[in-house]
Ligand binder design. Structure first.
Ligand SMILES: NC(=O)c1ccc[n+]([C@@H]2O[C@H](COP(=O)([O-])OP(=O)(O)OC[C@H]3O[C@@H](n4cnc5c(N)ncnc54)[C@H](OP(=O)(O)O)[C@@H]3O)[C@@H](O)[C@H]2O)c1
Length: 349
């Protein structure tokens, strides 16, 4: 990250916050420019930062005085309570929660896809910018190159989401429950209301009257906002799987143009910044959460023509693909730091 801006990480002890510190340190941001905030429970704790560490401070109303950029990752309630007030006092807020994503004045940004959305906050001090939902980011990193090449008219997504999407305590829950099951004990549920070890279940967000959970609804609305096109038909089924980190998505697309050449589509996907093609049919090697974990790139593969979308003239209007990305990095912390980087480059914040 360029410049000498002061940076705060709010929620620094969490699953996302720790990744943020890791990425800032890797970018060479000196410890003296970074403040780590969490709840009063964590005040005084020390978190690794590069070769050294940082002291955690209790977050409060005055914490962001004099801070240029605050990366919020402490849940929607904290973002709503403090985000806009801090922005009004001149801090740029990059928020990981869902608090502001659909607000008309808030850019919802994946830098590789719609960095231009940040132009609206040019030279502003004190803007609020939202990081999209993690499954949405990973899905759109895979689908956007195809959207640009052939136009996506409809997208059907099924996710396979890691437990760390529900925070550090959920990772601990998977570890503990796995041991309990292996020891022949009944798994104790604290974070999720059903066992996550050796189990697969519908995403743990509230279900609306239409039967879709909040995660599924976010994927539809956020895709429309990021692509700037509400006419694309999107439907999602979001599922938790017993994986520590990295979400997967199975994606079926209906296209505006038929696919002439699958290799050309594969090349286009591979040329997209932040994406790596893993598509080796001979070796049966495709994206996995284990390979995606800790990596910045979203892995994309299992690219296939959809035979159910071949018309009477033999033209194929549909594709199937599979993606896996580390949702703590590209789905959250990395995307937020990239937004801060782009702000520095494009609008000089
Ligand atoms: N996990 C993901 O993959 C992911 C992806 C995209 C977006 N997000 C969003 O990012 C946010 C954080 O998620 P997470 O997974 O990192 O959760 P987490 O592991 O549970 O961490 C929550 C963080 O918030 C802090 N916090 C709680 N109450 C606070 C308070 N009153 N004041 C200041 N800090 C407080 C916690 O501090 P203590 O340790 O002191 O309690 C901790 O640092 C959520 O809004 C989530 O929806 C998460």
């Amino acid at each position: 990250m360029n410049g000498n801006q002061s940076i705060a990480v709010v929620g620094a002890t969490g699953a996302v916050g720790r990744e943020m510190l890791d990425i800032l340190a890797a970018e060479g941001v000196e410890a003296g420019r970074v403040k780590a905030f969490a709840s009063p429970r964590s005040a005084g704790q020390r978190l690794p930062y590069g070769p050294g560490d940082l002291a955690v401070e209790a977050f409060g109303g005055e914490s962001l005085e004099g801070i240029d950029i605050a990366l919020f990752s402490a849940g929607s309630a904290i973002s709503k309570q403090f985000g806009r007030a801090a922005a009004a006092r001149g801090t740029v807020i990059i928020d990981n929660s869902s608090a502001f994503r659909m607000d008309a004045d808030v850019p919802l940004v994946v830098p590789e896809i719609n960095a231009e959305a940040l132009d609206g906050v040019a030279s502003q001090r004190g803007a609020v910018i939202a990081n999209p939902n993690c499954s949405t980011i990973i899905t759109l990193m895979a689908a956007t190159p195809i959207h640009r090449m052939l136009g996506v008219k409809r997208m059907v997504v099924s996710t396979y989401q890691a437990v760390s999407g529900a925070g550090a305590a959920a990772m601990e829950e998977l570890r503990r429950q796995a041991q309990q099951v292996l020891d022949g004990e009944k798994p104790v549920c604290k974070v999720f209301d059903q066992p996550c070890a050796f189990n697969v279940f519908s995403h743990n967000t509230t279900i609306g009257e239409d039967g879709y959970n909040v995660e599924e609804t976010k994927m539809v609305k956020e895709t429309h906002k990021i692509w700037g096109d509400a006419s694309v038909r999107v439907t999602a089924t979001c599922i938790r799987v017993p994986v520590f980190r990295a979400h997967c998505a199975s994606i079926n697309l209906t296209l505006a143009q038929p696919v002439d050449n699958l290799d050309a589509v594969r090349e286009t996907i591979g040329a997209f910044a932040g994406v790596r093609v893993v598509d080796d049919r001979a070796a049966n090697r495709f994206p996995t959460p284990l390979e995606a974990s800790g990596k910045d790139d979203v892995l994309v593969g299992r690219l296939r023509l959809d035979p159910s979308q071949i018309d009477s003239q033999g033209r194929c209007w549909g594709l199937n693909l599979f993606a896996s990305g580390d949702q703590l990095r590209k789905g959250a912390a990395l995307n937020a730091v990239q937004i801060a980087d782009v702000l520095g480059e494009r609008v000089g914040v």
